[in-house]
Structures are given as structure tokens and as C-alpha cells.
Ligand binder design. Structure first.
Ligand code: B12
Length: 210
């Protein structure tokens, strides 16, 4: 599948939505929707992030690429599966960031895998703590892409523990990929590298919690 990443990234960089979509369709001939997302869209966006850091791509290109990919993902990942699982009450939130795509994908994949969960959108520390406790959440998935947001996960975990909520927290996103120990340092209960990991983590906790 690596043969498609480069042309797909080039199509995104030149804002050629038609070509990007055609290449993504090619990937879908060989892969399931979530595999195509994780094996083509995610690496292409990661490469664009590095290129932006190196100064060879503009932030506007990164932004437009993100929007284009959001549309592609929206179309291929089904919103729900009729065969819902008996599961702990769960929610997903994007903490402080404006990087919506990762959360969007994790949410879709969780729902497509039979899990029902609240989508809290984007919240700050106080909002998410209050809302999760009010909703009697047992599993909270937190997505971040900025290091400052990742560090604020620590405040969420501290406040949830101080209030005796018993809520388990799983985290994911770029800062946790860059530093493999960060999730432990902020007090999370688990870290996932992909949307499929989120399904495995919550699936694993289901047994413990029932
Ligand atoms: C696209 C993008 C943007 C877009 C976002 C568009 C959108 N609608 O989301 C725009 C242009 C808006 C943007 C803005 C900025 N960005 Co930006 N951006 C990116 C980029 C290139 C890709 C992010 C992305 O969408 N990836 C694809 C998604 C699908 O991947 P993902 O989020 O990692 O999610 C996957 C996994 O991590 C996992 N996952 C995610 N969440 C969770 C949760 C759980 C529980 C689990 C289990 C798994 C999981 O599953 C997902 C699917 O596989 C990254 C580069 C990178 N390496 O990530 C930089 C990056 C995140 N951005 C960065 C920066 C610095 C910024 C800006 C500050 C730039 C600026 N100077 O203004 C702003 C800040 C905005 C803000 N306050 O949030 C830095 C962050 C560095 C840091 N250490 O903090 C990065 C890492 C680039 C870099 N290499 O420096 N950005």
C-alpha cells in the first residue's frame, strides 16, 4: 500500500481533491475502509506534518489536506452498526486541540465496531471532568495532537481520581506516539497508537468492568 502514499500526499499538497479521491478509491479496492484510512491517509498526513516542520509545505496546505481527508473519512466510515455491544458507558473527547481528524476516526471506528459512545467534541479540562461525572462515564477516550494538550490530560486524570469517579482513561495522538512513556506520566490507564487499538482497549476493559 506504500505505493499509494506518495501520490496521495502529492495530490493533497497540490489541493487536487479529485485525484486524492481517485487514489483513495484505489486503496479501497484492496483494503477495508479503516485499513485504507490508517495505511494511506494517516501516513500521508504525518509526512505532511514533517514537511511542514522542515519548511517545505505551508500550514494552509496542511489545513486543506486535513479538511479533504475529513471528507473522505466521513464518506467511508459507517456511523453505526446495528449489532451494538453490551459495554461500559463511554465517551470520546478532543482536549483543547483543534486537530479533529484523529478523534473523528476513532469515534467512527468504535461505532462501526459495535460500541456506542458519547462524542463530547472539543472541551477543556473542567468541562470534560464535569460532563464525564454527570454522565456516569466508565471509559473516557481522550485524543490530543499538541504536547500542551497531552500534559493537560494529567489534570483530567488527577481531578477524576480526586473525585473518586473510577473512570478509566485511554489516550492517543501524536505526543503519545513521539514519547512512549508519556501516557503513564500523565496518569492515563492505557494508550493506543491507532483507532483499532481503541477498540481493543475498550474491549479488554469490558470483561474487567462487567
Ligand atoms: C492536519 C494537521 C493540522 C490541521 C488540523 C486539521 C484538522 N481538521 O484536524 C491544522 C492545519 C488545523 C493544524 C494546526 C496546527 N498544528 Co497541526 N498537524 C496536523 C498533522 C499534519 C496531521 C494531524 C492529523 O490529522 N493526522 C491524522 C490523524 C488521523 O492522526 P491522529 O490524530 O494521530 O490519530 C490517529 C492516532 O493517533 C490514533 N488516535 C488519536 N486519538 C486517539 C485517542 C485514543 C483513545 C486512541 C486509542 C487512539 C487515538 O488514532 C487515529 C487514527 O489512526 C500533524 C502531524 C502529525 N505527525 O500528527 C500536525 C501537528 C499535530 N500539528 C502541530 C502544530 C504545532 C500545529 C499548530 C500549532 C501550528 C501553528 N503554528 O498554528 C496548529 C495548532 C492547532 C491547535 N491549537 O490545535 C504539531 C504538534 C507538535 C506538538 N508536539 O505539540 C504536529 C505534530 C506537526 C509537527 N510535526 O510539528 N494541524
Amino acid at each position: 500500500m506504500s505505493d499509494l502514499i506518495r501520490p496521495f500526499r502529492e495530490a493533497l499538497e497540490s489541493l487536487d481533491r479529485v485525484r486524492a479521491e481517485a487514489l483513495f478509491q484505489q486503496a479501497l479496492l484492496r483494503l477495508s475502509p479503516i485499513q485504507a484510512v490508517e495505511q494511506v491517509i494517516v501516513p500521508a498526513l504525518e509526512q505532511m506534518g514533517s514537511a511542514w516542520q522542515a519548511g517545505s509545505v505551508a500550514l494552509s496546505q496542511v489545513y486543506m489536506a486535513g479538511r479533504c481527508c475529513e471528507e473522505l473519512v466521513e464518506r467511508v466510515l459507517p456511523p453505526s452498526d446495528p449489532d451494538r455491544k453490551h459495554q461500559p458507558r463511554s465517551a470520546i473527547v478532543l482536549l483543547n486541540d483543534y486537530h479533529m481528524l484523529g478523534k473523528r476516526i476513532v469515534y467512527s471506528v468504535m461505532r462501526a465496531s459495535g460500541f456506542e459512545l458519547f462524542d463530547y467534541g472539543r472541551m477543556d479540562v473542567e468541562e470534560v471532568v464535569e460532563r464525564a461525572i454527570a454522565d456516569r462515564i466508565r471509559v473516557l477516550l481522550i485524543s490530543v495532537l499538541m504536547l500542551p494538550s497531552a500534559l493537560r490530560v494529567g489534570e483530567v486524570c488527577l481531578q477524576l481520581k480526586a473525585r473518586g469517579s473510577g473512570i478509566k482513561v485511554a489516550v492517543g495522538g501524536a505526543p503519545f506516539l513521539f514519547d512512549a512513556e508519556l501516557w503513564r506520566e500523565v496518569g492515563a490507564d492505557a494508550m493506543g497508537r491507532s483507532a483499532s487499538d481503541a477498540v481493543a482497549i475498550v474491549g479488554g476493559w469490558m470483561g474487567e468492568m462487567s
